[in-house]
Design a protein around this ligand. Sequence first.
Ligand SMILES: Cc1cc2nc3c(=O)[nH]c(=O)nc-3n(C[C@H](O)[C@H](O)[C@H](O)COP(=O)(O)O)c2cc1C
Length: 243
Amino acid sequence: MKITVFSGSHKGREGNTLIMVEEFLKGAEEAGAETENIFLIEKNIRYCRGKFECWLKTPGMCTIRDDMADLLPKFMASDIVVFACPVYFDNVPAIMKTFIDRLAPVLLPHFEKDEMGEYRHSKRYEKFPKIAVISNSGLPGQTNFEVESLFFKRLARTFHTELIAEIYRGEGEIFRGKSNIMLKPLLGKYRKVLRCAGRELVENQKLSEKITRELENPIIPASIYIKFGNEEWDRLCEEKKFD
Ligand SMILES: Cc1cc2nc3c(=O)[nH]c(=O)nc-3n(C[C@H](O)[C@H](O)[C@H](O)COP(=O)(O)O)c2cc1C
């Protein structure tokens, strides 16, 4: 089984998202998956020009010459694609949306009705990868992912596939405290759950209710996260004044 992660943190290898992805992939590899983590920010991905040339001029291929020529076949050759990114203003960051817009060549221009009675574009290929999401937000709480959750559900529908896992972590800035003596054991526990999630997804193609519940538990109470978070921002603002 091939799992490809398209990582959409604008901070790339420095991102909080990466900590989640790495642990999830360890579990997936333990269960026998072949994995690849692609950092979108390191790629040259230009905006979709919106001219439908991938449907009309060069069917199935974009006319823009950039790294999407390699990424599109990687997307289609995967059994599971993981979209991994932070929340930016309640939605996916720009790099992730730019990447997703450029996936249009895998569809056909023609319209069809789906099993729910809604309309969408027909598929160009028989088999599409299943989709999973890993995301983190700076604020605490699962409501920060409402827009992303709806977006990825509809994206799976658009790509004639299933959304098989949604892993959302509020309090995402907590990962910056990974060497803090108090946080280390709590983060260690969460990492273990992520690893189990990676294993489960490969073995069962879905996450159990138990793992889903554990993934959604706050790592620390929101009131404490907010208190320490604000103190940290005060400290950082003060530090910057003397730069
Ligand atoms: C431009 C911008 C917009 C953001 N918008 C939100 C938001 O709407 N809600 C939220 O909870 N966090 C928001 N955040 C915080 C990020 O989600 C958070 O810092 C996350 O941990 C970053 O992940 P990364 O290190 O992988 O990039 C925003 C951050 C930036 C830079």
